[in-house]
Design a protein around this ligand. Structure first.
Ligand code: ARG
Length: 281
């Protein structure tokens, strides 16, 4: 018997390749929870802007340590949620599709982000239809996965298709706690995703199963700390520190992880990915 000849390929993690990212972030200088537009928010409980800034800074520094190019947009007083930059638009191939927010409280963020895109070399497309940017639009394998059901309208998916000339896959969200697509799906790299099956209607779940038979399936416990609201460069994922099961699944697949605590920003209903808008020129 030669036990040393055992084939271990099946269990050996795949080597992963890092592709450094360029991202846009917004310091939470005006963060507060004073209204409720998602189930995570409770305006009756006090929030700490200082703590939010401190925790956000750990994310900012972690991106810099990964070699990311981090761009910053100036926060605007009165726009509590502007820190969730993912909602500011969707960029690809030098084009920026602006956001048109569902709730009045966030509407002024749309033009602010569009102005930034225009000043930084993007061709800006003013949105006709309600959409909350990369919160609901995720690039995967050359296609755009597009959420709807709570914030982003189905009509905006056609607008997206027209602007970017890419395949757009509409996915219906059904759980109010996972109201943006980036709370229910994490992009791991070009080909791989992780998701929470219960966040989708039957047809969308079937579509995800068909497209991603090897996806990482995340459970309610990890999803309930917004574990899926994570971001990485294809080799290292920055994830919520409390999402222990998700962290193990990623490690088994050969991804390195950096765990972060954004508990104060979670009280606004957002995590790592919500604070991050990818810039693709
Ligand atoms: N309070 C914000 C809202 O309800 C949180 C946004 C979270 N962003 C995200 N991309 N999931 O709009």
């Amino acid at each position: 018997m030669q036990p040393e000849m055992t084939d271990t390929r099946a269990s050996a993690p795949v080597p992963r390749t890092a592709v450094p990212k360029t991202v846009l972030m917004c310091r939470p200088d005006h963060f507060a929870v004073t209204y409720r537009i998602n189930p995570w928010m409770n305006p009756d409980l006090p929030t700490s802007t200082d703590l939010a800034v401190q925790q956000w800074e750990t994310l900012h520094q972690a991106y810099l340590a990964q070699g990311f190019d981090v761009q910053l947009i100036d926060p605007i007083a009165g726009l509590n949620d502007m820190v969730y930059a993912a909602n500011g638009g969707f960029t690809l191939d030098g084009h920026a599709y602006g956001a048109k927010f569902t709730y009045e409280e966030r509407v002024p963020e749309g033009p602010a982000y569009m102005r930034w895109f225009g000043e930084h070399g993007f061709e800006v497309h003013e949105p006709e239809h309600v959409n909350e940017g990369e919160g609901d639009f995720l690039l995967s394998n050359g296609a755009i996965l597009a959420g709807h059901g709570f914030r982003t309208s189905l009509e905006s998916h056609d607008e997206l298709r027209r602007i970017f000339d890419r395949e757009v896959v509409s996915l219906r969200l059904v759980d109010p706690s996972f109201y943006h697509l980036d709370t229910a799906i994490a992009i791991l790299d070009d080909a791989n995703i992780a998701y929470l099956p219960g966040a989708f209607d039957d047809a969308s779940r079937a579509e995800l199963e068909r497209r991603y038979p090897d996806a990482v399936i995340v459970d309610d416990q990890d999803a309930s700390v917004l574990g899926l609201n994570s971001f990485g460069d294809g080799a290292t994922m920055l994830i919520a520190q409390r999402a222990a099961g998700f962290e193990r699944s990623l490690a088994e697949r050969g991804y390195a992880t950096v765990g972060l605590d954004l508990s104060e920003l979670l009280r606004g209903g957002g995590g790592i990915k919500c604070c991050t808008l990818e810039l693709r020129r």
